[in-house]
Design a protein. Structure first.
Ligand SMILES: Cc1cc2nc3c(=O)[nH]c(=O)nc-3n(C[C@H](O)[C@H](O)[C@H](O)COP(=O)(O)OP(=O)(O)OC[C@H]3O[C@@H](n4cnc5c(N)ncnc54)[C@H](O)[C@@H]3O)c2cc1C
Length: 332
């Protein structure tokens, strides 16, 4: 049996190789334990991976060994996984878009869909014109909004933000992440970080459930970076950005088709882990729509997904309250 989570990583690896996409793909990832009790969870993860026949190196690290992965005193241990890694996601998307176009796919940018007429033939409307199709895939994730209230009610948009430092010297970069791994901690609002190919530290994190972006992402994220790497106090922040991730109640991807419109498929809610999972979702949708294979798609389609209570306006504040409770529990 091929595990779909691993297949998702393989799809990305194959695409990058097959279409020679220059996206700085680099292998090696480490989960960081914030507290000694997190190490127990990581040990269980490592055991589960081994029991599933995971073929890549997985290794648990104690606090005293963490210097080989990260130049920070903050962590109680970690778990290295050489079958995961990091890449430049925009360059991956651009490379895949170019490859798709070469294969005959037509892409239209700056064409927001404002209305959908459902039926055996679907019509989608934009400000510039309409498109008719036998089959429609809704893949707007946390940005679906009112386009399909039934589906958007199952996804909560949460803001995540990244800062990029100025380019660091080779010695400085190597002292922060000596093995050039991507790393991520275990808290509810995770810190995630890696080096770019031009030796900037990319420091991401937060999970804003309010639906409002911070006014100054740099000012908001910099203290978080300095808590991990106080040695970067004099380093400039060159770039800052963010976006909405889509979170479902059970944190599983939502892949299926509308009960009352069988020619309308959807894929959404990757809970901030969509890079690989979107590739798998695309494959499952293609298998189902082309009639090649239905079983794998059906496996996801039958998972029930809760609609968040509170309607459009109360959904995010209610979740913000719930997440605050989880963050308070982390302090205990
Ligand atoms: C700061 C940040 C860091 C992240 N880091 C990671 C990470 O390290 N690893 C990881 O796996 N994932 C990460 N994610 C999550 C990942 O980006 C998402 O899971 C992934 O992008 C989801 O892909 P998607 O295609 O479903 O949705 P999106 O990438 O959100 O794309 C949705 C698309 O729909 C379009 N759209 C929306 N409404 C309409 C409309 N009405 N008409 C036409 N088009 C429309 C949008 O323009 C957009 O292009 C991160 C996300 C953020 C914001």
């Amino acid at each position: 049996m091929k595990l779909m989570g691993l297949e998702a990583v393989e799809i990305v690896r194959e695409r990058v190789e097959r279409f020679r996409i220059p996206c700085d793909l680099s292998w090696g990832y480490c989960d960081l334990a914030n507290k000694p009790r997190d190490l127990q969870g990581l040990a269980e993860d490592a055991e589960e991976l081994r029991s599933l026949g995971y073929r890549h190196a997985v290794r648990l690290l104690q606090a005293s060994e963490m210097g080989s992965v990260i130049g920070s005193e903050r962590y109680a241990g970690g778990m290295i996984d050489m079958g995961s890694g990091h890449l430049h996601p925009l360059n991956l998307a651009l490379g895949e878009a170019a490859a798709a176009q070469q294969l005959g796919v037509k892409l239209f940018e700056q064409s927001e869909v404002t209305r959908i007429d459902y039926g055996t033939e679907v019509s989608v409307h934009t400000a510039q014109g309409n498109v008719r199709a036998k089959t429609l895939v809704l893949a707007c994730n946390a940005y679906l909004n009112g386009l399909n209230p039934h589906l958007s009610g199952k996804v909560l948009p949460a803001g995540s933000y990244i800062i990029a430092t100025e380019p660091l010297s080779e010695a400085q970069a190597a002292s922060l992440l000596p093995q050039n791994m991507a790393v991520c901690d275990q808290r509810v609002a995770v810190d995630y970080l890696r080096l770019s190919a031009d030796r900037r530290l990319l420091f991401g994190g937060a999970c804003h459930y309010s639906g409002r972006d911070p006014q100054d992402i740099g000012a908001y994220m910099r203290p978080k970076m300095l808590r991990v790497f106080p040695q970067l106090a004099e380093v400039k922040i060159d770039y800052q950005w963010g976006g909405m991730i889509g979170i479902g109640a059970n944190r599983l991807p939502q892949i299926g088709r509308l009960a009352d419109q069988p020619n309308v498929y959807y894929a959404q809610a990757y809970a901030g882990h969509g890079l690989n999972a979107t590739h798998l979702a695309g494959k499952l949708l293609a298998e189902a729509i082309s009639g090649q294979q239905q079983g794998r798609f059906d496996l996801f389609a039958q998972v029930p997904h809760m609609t968040f209570p509170g309607g459009k306006h109360l959904r995010s504040p209610l979740l913000a309250l719930g997440m605050l409770w989880h963050r308070l529990k982390e302090l205990m």
